[in-house]
Write a protein that binds this ligand. Structure first.
Ligand SMILES: Cc1cc2nc3c(=O)[nH]c(=O)nc-3n(C[C@H](O)[C@H](O)[C@H](O)COP(=O)(O)OP(=O)(O)OC[C@H]3O[C@@H](n4cnc5c(N)ncnc54)[C@H](O)[C@@H]3O)c2cc1C
Length: 294
C-alpha cells in the first residue's frame, strides 16, 4: 500500500517527535508536493484508511499505542523558499529557523522571533506560533493549501482566523502547502544580531537539551502557566520518566520512553494547579494516537 510514495510502514513515531515519544504509525509518508498529498488522501479514502497530518512533530504527544492509518509528514521533501521583493514564499515543510535565516540573508526583517521555534512553516501557521512579542499572524499574508478531496484553497491573513495559538486550519481541515510572509527591509547584520540575542535568551531559560514539545500548556488569561506551576511547587515533580523541568516549569520533559507517564504528568499538573491556584490549564500540545494498540 502507498508504494508509489516515500513511505515507512510501522514507523516508530518517537523518531519523528521532539518529545521522542510515541508508538508506531501504520504508514508514515513524506510528500513531495500538494499533488502527492492529494493522491495520498485519495488512496487512503478509497481504502477507508484514516489520515493524520503532521509537520516536524515539535508540538505533539503521540500516545504509546501509535497512530492507526496514514500519517502524512509535511516536512523534509517540501522545503523550498523563495523571495519576491519584500515577500518570502516558503513551502509548508520548511523549518521556521531556515526561513528566518533566509530572510536575514535577504535583508528582510520581521521573522527574527521565529528563528528558535523548532517547527515547520505549516505547523507554525496552524498553531499561530509565536515568541518574544511576535507571532505568525503579524507576518503571514497568504496561506495556500489543499483539502482531502484534492481541491486547493488560498486564504488571506484575515481569513486565517488567527488567535492565540490557533487558526482555522483545523476547523476547515486542509493541509497547508505554502505560506507567503510579508516583511520589511532591514540590515542583515542587525537582523542576525537580534536572532542571536533571542536564541541566547531561549537557551538560558529553556531546557533545550532534554526532549520536550516546548510549553506544554497555553497561557491562561491573566497568568503565565510556568509561573503558576512553579508557585504550586511543581518544578522537578515527576511521574515515571516524565518531569516538570527544573529550568522552566512550563516545559514538561521526557527522560524515558513512556507517553503514558507524560500524559499522567500533564493530568496531575493540571489538577494540582486547579486545586491550589484555581486556574484550569489547557494543553497547548496536540495529543495524537491511541493509548494502547488493540
Ligand atoms: C524546545 C521547543 C521550543 C518551542 N518554542 C515555541 C515557541 O517559542 N513558540 C511557539 O509557538 N511554539 C513553540 N514550540 C512548539 C512548536 O515548535 C510550534 O507549535 C510549531 O509551530 C509546531 O510546528 P511543527 O511543524 O512541529 O508541527 P507539529 O507539531 O508536527 O503539528 C502541530 C499541529 O499542526 C498541524 N500541522 C502541522 N503541519 C501541518 C500542515 N502542513 N498542514 C496542516 N496542519 C499541519 C498538526 O496536525 C498539529 O495539529 C516549541 C517546541 C519546542 C520543542
Amino acid at each position: 500500500m502507498f508504494e508509489q510514495f516515500e513511505v515507512i510502514p510501522d514507523a516508530d513515531m518517537s523518531q519523528y517527535t521532539t518529545l521522542k515519544l510515541g508508538g508506531p504509525a501504520d504508514w508514515l509518508a513524506f510528500p513531495r508536493s500538494g499533488a502527492e498529498i492529494a493522491a495520498m488522501f485519495s488512496e487512503a479514502g478509497a481504502k477507508g484508511i484514516p489520515v493524520t497530518v503532521i509537520g516536524h512533530g515539535s508540538n505533539l504527544l503521540v500516545l504509546d499505542g501509535g497512530i492507526r492509518g496514514l500519517v502524512i509528514r509535511v516536512e523534509k521533501n517540501m522545503r523550498a523558499i523563495r523571495r519576491e521583493g519584500c515577500r518570502i514564499i516558503a513551502q509548508a515543510g520548511a523549518m521556521l529557523g531556515s526561513v528566518a535565516l533566509f530572510a536575514a540573508d535577504a535583508g528582510l526583517t520581521g521573522l527574527e522571533f521565529a528563528s528558535g521555534i523548532p517547527g515547520t512553516v505549516g505547523g507554525g501557521v496552524t498553531m499561530n506560533a509565536g515568541a518574544y512579542d511576535g507571532e505568525m499572524a503579524q507576518v503571514v499574508v497568504q496561506v495556500d493549501g489543499i483539502y482531502p478531496d484534492g481541491k486547493t484553497v488560498s486564504l488571506t491573513k484575515e481569513e486565517m482566523g488567527f488567535g492565540y495559538r490557533r487558526s482555522v486550519v483545523k476547523e476547515l481541515n486542509f493541509v497547508v502547502t505554502e505560506v507567503t510572509f510579508e516583511l520589511q527591509e532591514g540590515d542583515p547584520a542587525a537582523i542576525r544580531v537580534r536572532m542571536s540575542e533571542l536564541n541566547a535568551k531561549r537557551a538560558e531559560k529553556q531546557p533545550l537539551d532534554v526532549p520536550s514539545a516546548g510549553s506544554t500548556f497555553k497561557r491562561p488569561e491573566g497568568y503565565y502557566a510556568a509561573a503558576l506551576i512553579d508557585q504550586c511547587g511543581l518544578k522537578g515533580y515527576s511521574v515515571g520518566d516524565a518531569m516538570v523541568s527544573m529550568k522552566h516549569a512550563g516545559f514538561l520533559v521526557n527522560t524515558g520512553k513512556s507517553s503514558a507517564d507524560f500524559k499522567t504528568l500533564m493530568d496531575k499538573v493540571q489538577s494540582i494547579v486547579e486545586q491550589r491556584a484555581g486556574v484550569k490549564l489547557e494543553p497547548e500540545i496536540r495529543i495524537l494516537g491511541e493509548e494502547e494498540r488493540a
